[in-house]
Write a protein that binds this ligand. Structure first.
Ligand code: FES
Length: 89
């Protein structure tokens, strides 16, 4: 799903009880990763199916580029995403 943290567009994923927060903007042509799907431990962009590893943010197919990974934790009913100061808008 897509979200916003301090003005930074985020892709949030929940896989096997674990949460991941990645940059939402695909480095290929700026597709919304949060509108994609999960496949083999990667989020797949809905526009042209580039895939990015949920742990490292590295592109896995094709292996070009990466997206940011942000620490995320669940606090009661909320998800807290840690955005570095230089990334906040
Ligand atoms: S915009 Fe994401 S794969 Fe092309």
């Amino acid at each position: 799903m897509e979200a916003d943290a301090k003005g930074v567009p985020i892709c949030l994923a929940h896989v096997e009880g674990r949460y991941a927060a990645l940059g939402n903007v695909c480095p290929h042509r700026q597709g919304p990763l949060g509108g994609g799907w999960i496949e083999g431990g990667a989020v797949v962009c809905p526009w042209h199916a580039w895939a990015f590893d949920l742990n490292s943010g590295k592109a896995v197919a094709p292996a070009k580029g990466r997206v940011a990974i942000y620490p995320v934790k669940r606090v009661e009913e909320d998800l807290w995403v840690e955005i570095p100061q230089e990334s906040a808008v």
